[in-house]
Write a protein that binds this ligand. Structure first.
Ligand code: GUN
Length: 293
């Protein structure tokens, strides 16, 4: 059994980007730029946005965190996003989700220029991905693809079972694994909350991708011997031994499943760190497109 080290791979990607950025800045007058917009006081969102800023600083990207009040109106937020669409110093715009209930997330995502949509959530990017055109790919699925690639896990003709159908992970990873290229070309099944007998499908998976947000949902009896297990879940469960009173676990029961799997991602340290690395990669890609226009 091999534990897939997402922390290590993400550090390699960050280092690669840092080197490329240093080289290109020598030739160009401006660095790649990312703005992260945070609305309200959600503690988890604050942690995510700060880690994104830190990654930018480390690589040498120009970055800004714009903190806005919970009470900002939808129209005000739309106008702020439009200003960043026009601002040539920023190649990427990220509006941290979730947004307060009075603001439509769909409306805000559609306001972001699809060329600056480094989350890959804009309908134009979603559409391009589904028809196999070059696009900005959502960061978590993109990170999973990169882990499979760097660990040389065969995907062509393999059965990938995705558990969960979210717009952020389930649907885009299913689309990516369907693409006709050597890093995908899989047979894909998606199961979800209305699927009858989920384990009937998960037992057939050569590669199982769990993205449902239920702690320890996937157990050893639900998987095939020597499968590859990708755990996207980040769930807090009570832990009286931890000073914080909780610990983070995935959607996969790591202890039992790791004994049967060939490859498995841990939580934390698996898919999580890859998400930020791929956000940086998307920002760099958007920058390259901009400077070569
Ligand atoms: N909230 C949780 N995950 C994400 C993400 O990948 N991007 C944004 N913008 N918000 C999130």
């Amino acid at each position: 059994m091999t534990i897939i080290d997402g922390k290590l791979i993400s550090e390699q990607i960050i280092l690669e980007l840092k080197e490329e950025t240093a080289k290109i800045i020598q030739k160009r007058e401006r660095a790649p730029g990312l703005v992260a917009i945070l609305v309200g006081e959600n503690p988890a969102s604050k942690v995510y946005v700060n880690s994104k800023k830190k990654a930018c600083d480390n690589i040498g990207f120009h970055s800004e965190v714009l903190k806005l009040s919970e009470n900002i109106s939808e129209l005000e937020l739309v106008e702020i996003v439009q200003k960043y669409n026009e601002n040539e110093l920023f190649d990427g715009i990220l509006v941290q989700l979730p947004l307060p209930k009075h603001i439509s997330e769909d409306k805000i995502i559609e306001t972001i220029s699809s060329e600056k949509d480094v989350d890959g959530f804009h309908p134009i990017n979603v559409g391009k991905l589904s028809i196999g055109q070059d696009s900005l790919i959502p960061c978590t699925p993109y990170g999973i693809l990169e882990l499979l690639k760097r660990y040389k896990i065969q995907t062509v003709g393999k059965h990938v079972v995705v558990v969960g159908r979210s717009n952020i992970v389930g649907k885009p990873i299913a689309n990516l694994m369907l693409q006709k290229n050597n890093n995908a070309n899989s047979t894909v099944t998606i199961v979800h909350s209305a699927t009858k007998n989920i384990s009937h499908y998960t037992k057939q998976a050569d590669i199982l991708i769990a993205a449902i947000g239920k702690a320890n949902f996937i157990t050893a009896e639900m998987i095939k011997e020597n499968a590859t297990i990708i755990d996207v879940g980040i769930n807090r469960i009570e832990d009286s031994n931890s000073p914080k009173g909780y610990k983070l676990v995935g959607d996969v029961d790591f202890n039992s499943v790791s004994e049967k799997a060939e490859f498995i991602t841990p939580v934390p340290g698996g898919v999580g760190p890859m998400t930020i690395a791929m956000l940086m990669k998307n920002t760099y890609k958007a920058y390259l497109r901009n400077i070569n226009k």
